[in-house]
Write a protein that binds this ligand. Structure first.
Ligand code: NDP
Length: 322
């Protein structure tokens, strides 16, 4: 079968579309024939070497498709089930062997394209808005990169919970998308000082929470946007890591909270995984949560897809199709 692998870390050119052995299921595993894999920023971190993995590595942490084989002791799924998953490397491939207890069986009415698009970014937006800082009516939150994959979903979920949403984006076109996703206010952080804008929007009071996925370029000002005892959920680093941090700054800026969460700790048990995925899938099926899949690239063009993502050319979800 074909897969996209990294033999040594580097830029998009490090991605190799090549022949590898088709997987067979071990005990507790199922093999998924992949209809679509999701592109996520974490793939860039693994490709570039920011996150370490054993090489060669078949990239990709999210996919959806049909179960084509099951190993011994598998109770969660059967051959023919339409499933989606995240958190298991190896999705940039025609087939993937996945622990069966990580598979979510798609409810009827959901396509595998929707399955591939919802798992990683969708459950991230879900845990950020419902668990890391459970938004409530009266809260104001800041969503950085609000037209991105996680961003557009987070804006919508934050609105569902009754919060006021301020979104940052780099262009007017992205601002329009963020507003369509529910952002009450948008800030062009490439042109405007977002800290000053947030102070203006909140009449100097500050925010309850900042969801910061940009990292290096935004982190310091994100702290300055908070009301006393507010929280920064630093959940990514699209512009680069923030570097060393002195916790005394949290004291000086108003007894702030800082967390660096990861989806994989918020879906660690099967129960939590299935409960988040089920709620999300229900919102999508009922039309309450709109998934924007702007681009589908053939799997062999994964490098092109990476260039688009890193070049800030994408909005919403990008899929790779074997
Ligand atoms: P996005 O679709 O959000 O793409 C990244 C966006 O970041 C860009 O479109 C761009 O939006 C913005 N950005 C700002 N500065 C830069 C820069 N220097 N280079 C590139 N992009 C920049 O990606 P994802 O939705 O896949 O992921 C968003 C973030 O969330 C990533 O940092 C990812 O690591 C993180 N993440 C974390 C998870 C967790 O559990 N911790 C899980 C999932 C994602 P604009 O042009 O508007 O500035």
């Amino acid at each position: 079968m074909k897969a996209v692998r990294v033999h040594s870390p580097g830029g998009p050119e490090a991605l190799r579309y090549e022949d590898v052995a088709e997987p067979t299921p071990g005990a507790g595993q199922a093999v998924v024939k992949v209809d679509a894999a999701g592109l996520n920023y974490i793939d860039v971190y693994f490709r570039s070497g920011l996150y370490k993995a054993q090489l060669p590595l078949t990239l990709g942490m999210e996919a959806s498709g049909t179960v084509s084989a099951v190993g011994a002791d598998v109770r969660e799924v059967k051959v023919g089930d339409k499933v989606a998953y995240t958190g298991v490397p190896g999705a940039y491939a025609e087939y993937a062997a996945v622990p069966a207890d990580r598979l979510f069986v798609l409810p009827s009415g959901l396509t595998t394209r929707q399955g591939a698009a919802m798992m990683l970014q969708g459950m991230t937006a879900h845990y950020l808005a419902t668990s890391t800082y459970p938004l409530k009516v009266g809260d104001t939150c800041l969503v950085h990169a609000a037209a991105g994959g996680v961003g557009l979903l987070l804006c919508q979920i934050a609105k569902m919970r009754g919060a006021k949403v301020v979104g940052t984006v780099s262009t007017e076109e992205k601002a329009k998308l963020a507003r369509e996703a529910g952002a009450d206010e948008t800030i062009l952080y490439t042109k405007q000082d977002f800290e000053a804008e947030v102070k203006r929007i909140t009449a100097g009071k500050g925010l309850q929470v900042v969801y910061d996925s940009v990292g290096k370029d935004t982190f310091e000002k994100s702290l300055n946007c908070l009301a006393p005892r507010g929280l920064v959920a630093l959940y990514g680093q699209s512009s680069g890591p923030i570097g060393p941090f002195d916790p005394q700054a949290l004291n000086a800026k108003g007894s702030l909270f800082l967390t660096r969460p990861s989806l994989f700790h918020y879906i660690a048990t099967r129960e939590e995984l299935v409960s988040r995925a089920t709620e999300l899938a229900g919102w999508i099926r009922d039309g309450k949560l709109r998934m924007r899949v702007e681009f589908e690239f053939p799997l062999k063009d994964a490098a092109e897809a990476h260039r688009a993502l890193e070049g800030r050319k994408t909005t919403g979800k990008v899929l790779l199709v074997p």
